[in-house]
Design a protein around this ligand. Structure first.
Ligand SMILES: Nc1nc2c(ncn2[C@@H]2O[C@H](COP(=O)(O)OP(=O)(O)O)[C@@H](O)[C@H]2O)c(=O)[nH]1
Ligand SMILES: [Mg+2]
Ligand SMILES: [Zn+2]
Length: 312
């Protein structure tokens, strides 16, 4: 005999699902309790955070081939920003601290952070508020640490990583990282990959004028291994990656070249499990803030009231 039980219907739960939450990146509707967007896998925390802000966050793409130094640069940049007193930077949501935490704890153990997985739900996203000293109001920014392989896959096969396509279409500015020591050694892959990225970025906007207004900072990474790029980064790119230099000149009137580095010196060894591994012996941040500040300045100039202060 089955015992009779009273099962509450809890129909109030249906009310909460009746109003969908749009994903901040692809704008698809999701349920209120979804952790990641069911279409593009962006964290829904971005949408929840953005909803409670008065200012719509702008997005900055951090692009470059796998191994160019995106994770190390972004993690260290966030740490530097959080320590600035002149320019207050405030992380939005606990998830925004993870990248900084993982990068810094790896560097403190004299290791580089682990390779970024290809799965978008494993990427670290940073949503922060920045208050530059000479600006009346704060800026809300979103920066994801995307995997180089995913970027390449989306460019070669559009829609394979929807999150990448949607993000690049909407980003207000881009930091493009290139491995300077590899360029110096004549590794043409770095040049071809960066050319593809720049071409893709410039062709995404349907409005050609808007595409040309997007500020692009090209960062030559790992200056500790390539000091010659420090003095004149633009000349270094012109000599070692003429295609990239040409693309920037023709497609992005607002561009600038920078030399950056996180490690002061490194040691390397061959391991059985991971192959050739590098260890940072000393942390000596070089020029990390400069490109970011240049980008912010140019994003503002560009805005012309279009994006700036846009209410949700
Ligand atoms: N010498 C040196 N090597 C670096 C530096 N930044 C990153 N690397 C090396 O580049 C590798 C890839 O860095 P990562 O940030 O994970 O690249 P990503 O794939 O673009 O995210 C690291 O494991 C380090 O070996 C740097 O400032 N100096
Ligand atoms: Mg990475
Ligand atoms: Zn989405």
């Amino acid at each position: 005999m089955t015992k009779a039980v009273i099962q509450p219907l809890e129909s109030f739960r249906l009310v909460q699902y009746a109003e969908p939450t749009p994903c901040y990146i692809c704008e698809s509707d999701n349920t209120t309790d979804a952790e990641y967007c069911h279409i593009c896998a962006a964290p829904m925390a971005l949408a929840h955070q953005a909803r409670i802000q008065k200012i719509r966050p702008q997005m900055i793409a951090v692009m470059g081939p796998s191994g160019a130094g995106k994770t190390v640069y972004l993690g260290m940049l966030m740490d530097l920003l959080s320590r600035q007193t002149a320019m207050q930077a405030l992380a939005r949501g606990a998830f925004s601290i993870t990248l900084q935490q993982r990068t810094l704890s790896a560097l403190a153990r004299c290791e580089f952070p682990r390779k970024t997985p290809n799965e978008p739900d494993c990427w670290n996203w940073v949503h922060c508020q920045i208050r530059p000293p000479d600006r009346p109001g704060p800026l809300e920014l979103i920066l994801p640490d995307m995997a180089g392989e995913a970027l390449m896959a989306e460019i070669d096969h559009p829609h394979s990583y929807r999150i990448v396509g949607e993000f690049l279409r909407k980003c207000a500015a881009a930091l493009v990282l290139v491995d300077a020591p590899q360029l110096k050694e004549g590794n043409r892959d770095q040049e071809f990959f960066t050319q593809k990225l720049l071409m893709h970025l410039s062709e995404l906007e349907t409005d050609a004028a808007a595409a040309r207004q997007r500020p692009v900072a090209v960062l030559l990474t790992k200056v500790d291994y390539c000091e010659e790029c420090e003095d004149d980064p633009e000349e270094f790119v012109r000599l070692h990656a003429a295609g990239v230099w040409q693309q920037c000149r023709t497609r992005f009137p607002l561009h600038r070249f920078f030399a950056v580095g996180v490690a002061g010196s490194c040691a390397a060894c061959d391991t059985l499990t991971e192959g050739h591994v590098q260890f940072p012996l000393r942390i000596e941040p070089h020029g990390l803030l400069e490109p970011f500040l240049w980008l912010l300045e140019n994003m503002e100039k560009n805005d012309g009231g279009k994006r700036k202060g846009k209410k949700l």
